[in-house]
Design a protein. Structure first.
Length: 115
């Protein structure tokens, strides 16, 4: 499984941004896909996950502002981020967890929210 994330950039506080993560390879063994973020000196933290069933899970800090979804037609994972705050500034990573438990990570994409 290969993952490629894109869509990061500079956005003003209160604005919106959509991240995408294109999945390729043996995607049929993917159980859960997710978004994580990391700031310098901190551990990578969960942002949102979506299971193959469609059920989602969000970090408390982004509930009501961020929405994750998938487009199964073109194998893309999305993260719609609204009402962005400066504290959302981070490198965002997508990942895929297989039924076997193995985890793949995409490269990060930087989101910078200016105040």
């Amino acid at each position: 499984v290969q993952l490629q994330a894109f869509g990061g950039g500079l956005v003003q506080a209160g604005g919106s941004r959509r991240l995408s993560c294109a999945a390729s390879g043996n995607i049929f063994v993917i159980d859960v896909m997710g978004w994580y973020r990391q700031t310098p000196g901190n551990q990578r933290e969960l942002v949102a996950t979506i299971r193959r069933s469609g059920s989602t899970n969000y970090a408390d800090s982004v509930k009501g502002r961020f929405t994750t979804s998938t487009n199964t037609a073109n194998n893309v994972l999305y993260l719609q981020m609204n009402s962005l705050k400066p504290e959302d500034t981070a490198v965002y990573y997508c990942n895929a967890v297989l039924y076997s438990g193995f985890t793949y990570w995409g490269q990060g994409t930087l989101v910078t929210v200016s105040s």
